[in-house]
Design a protein around this ligand. Structure first.
Ligand code: ADP
Length: 518
């Protein structure tokens, strides 16, 4: 006995046909619309399908396409049943169904369907391409409706947004081209699927919650933003309020990945602008406080020299003050210019084969006099035969001058300062330590921020801009290394920095001239 699936939303027609088929010995199953037909076809394979074409929501044509797209059902013979076989003839014949029966009078329909079934069973061609078409008259309105449906479909496929239509039971009945692209599945795979599963199991709870909110409130849920297959997609709900489609919905999908990336770029830019704005006001504060003092000293000395007659000794002393303060100004301006280059991303380095041991010895020598004045002992421990590293010598010297200069500034008389270098495999680990005043714990994580200085007692006169460590960090990181500090109030401070050796160093960051071949 053959199993026949009758798909028709016209109940009377479906029932009459089903009775006639049952009387003729067929086992009949019915689907009252396209979505139900898709469900039935997924559940079991019938021997024959009798398919109405004009149905609301999921049309017979789409059910036909679904059936032909699946290996399990593509060979199932289909008898197309349609009232528009006059107006829509060419297109429907183009589907290449096994038989066509015009939907005219019920009696004729029953006879023609049974005749078509017999021909199919005997593997014969039906006597005419369309059975019973003489019972149909061309109707202008029907032609218009058929065209309108095609027009809507073309429009849906043309829009850039993905449009998924779901029925009152929230099952997919249509997905346009853009939706298929966004969801990454053919329309036939989406048909009849619960809409909550459109974006996979991961997103199902969020979608279900949105649907439930909608069912409870009757108001379309707010658009959802979903991460799906590496893209960002927004989903907007648009109700279709026509009596025939009652409860149906359009889900409008938009791939906003590029937009989201642009928004991210803009907020990064905005953060940078805010940073620069903050730096501008920090700079103004610094200029008004720290640059003012040496300038006042220089101006004061020059005023006295110009307007008063002073002896040789006082002249020497005043020139000495002016020179010391001019040096101080020079250092501050250099730091500010370096910071400006760092901020603008123009902190270029000129790498070369660089001998760390020589650099450290030279820096310690230059600071020797100052250390002697404060009776501070200096020491250096470097492993023998340390190979050169690929680094910018001038910048490296600047780093160690800053670190050792700080150690000298913050270590009282009689203290000790030292540098040790350790070969730590792929990198060198340098420690710059002192037995000075140390840094209280609450300041440790801000110490590398620009302009940041640990507040000192009002009477303590320690020169500085709060930029030295910011510059050290930028230089070390540009070389592919890291810098950090360990310290506690009254316990001295140790600055650690790593510098990549050999090939690692050559690969790290932007280089200067090309390294010579090994
Ligand atoms: P500057 O020395 O010009 O103030 P830096 O950026 O070099 O700026 O240092 C920032 C701050 O970190 C210093 O003002 C000081 O408070 C603290 N600091 C740096 N090195 C030491 C050190 N060796 N011992 C104690 N405090 C230090």
């Amino acid at each position: 006995m053959k199993r026949v699936l009758v798909v028709d939303n016209d109940r009377l027609c479906a029932d009459l046909l089903a009775d006639a088929l049952a009387n003729a010995g067929y086992l009949v199953d019915k689907a009252s619309d396209g979505v139900e037909a898709v469900e039935r076809l997924r559940a079991a394979r019938p021997d024959v399908v009798i398919l109405d074409i004009v149905m609301p929501r999921l049309s017979g044509e789409r059910v036909f396409a679904f059936l032909k797209s699946r290996a399990e059902t593509k060979d199932v013979p289909v008898i197309i049943l349609s009232g528009t076989l006059v107006e829509d003839r060419q297109k429907l014949l183009g589907l290449r169904a096994d038989a066509y029966v015009a939907k005219a009078h019920h009696t004729a329909v029953r006879q023609n369907v049974l005749a078509a079934l017999r021909h199919i069973e005997r593997h014969e061609l039906p006597p005419a391409p369309v059975l019973g078409v003489d019972g149909l008259l061309p109707r202008a309105k029907v032609r218009e409706l058929v065209e309108l449906r095609e027009y809507v479909q073309a429009l849906l496929d043309a829009v850039g947004e993905g449009v998924v239509e779901v029925d009152a039971r929230w099952r997919v009945v249509c997905a346009n081209r853009a939706a298929v692209q966004i969801l990454g599945r053919a329309e036939s795979a989406l048909l009849g699927e619960p809409s909550a599963l459109l974006f996979g199991e991961d997103q199902a709870p969020a979608l279900r919650a949105a649907v439930e909110r909608f069912l409870a409130s009757g108001e379309p849920p707010a658009p959802l933003e979903l991460k799906f297959r590496g893209r960002v997609v927004t989903m907007t709900f648009a109700p279709v309020r026509t009596p025939l489609t009652g409860g149906a919905y359009f889900l409008v999908l938009q791939d906003v990945t590029d937009l989201a990336a642009k928004i991210e770029d803009l907020s990064t830019l905005n953060r940078r602008l805010q940073d620069m704005d903050r730096m501008r006001s920090e700079l103004l504060t610094m200029v008004s406080h720290d640059l003012h003092t040496p300038l006042t000293a220089i101006k004061g000395s020059l005023d006295v020299l110009l307007h008063e007659s002073v002896g040789v000794e006082l002249t020497q002393e005043l020139l000495g003050i002016a020179q010391k303060n001019a040096d101080r100004l020079f250092r501050m301006v250099s730091d500010i210019l370096d910071l400006a280059r760092i901020e603008a991303g123009r902190f270029k380095q000129r790498r070369e084969d660089f001998d760390l041991t020589t650099c450290l010895r030279g820096t310690l020598d230059r600071l020797g006099r100052l250390a002697q004045d404060k009776a501070i002992g200096l020491s250096l421990e470097v492993p023998d035969g340390l190979a050169p590293i690929w680094a910018d010598g001038v910048r490296m010297e600047q780093v160690f001058t800053n670190l050792l200069g700080n150690a000298l500034k913050f270590t009282p008389r009689g203290g000790r300062i030292g540098v040790t270098v350790e070969d730590a495999g792929r990198e060198l680990l340098v420690r710059v330590w002192d037995t000075g005043v140390g840094i209280p714990a609450e300041h440790l994580d801000r110490i590398f921020d620009r302009f940041y200085r640990v507040p000192l007692p009002a009477d303590a006169q320690v020169e500085g801009t709060g930029l030295g460590l910011t510059i050290c960090k930028a230089v070390v990181e540009e070389h592919g290394g890291r810098i950090w500090v360990e310290s506690a109030a009254g316990k001295g401070a140790t600055f650690f920095l790593t510098l990549p050796k050999g090939e690692e160093g050559r690969r790290a960051g932007a280089g200067g001239p090309a390294p010579p071949a090994a």
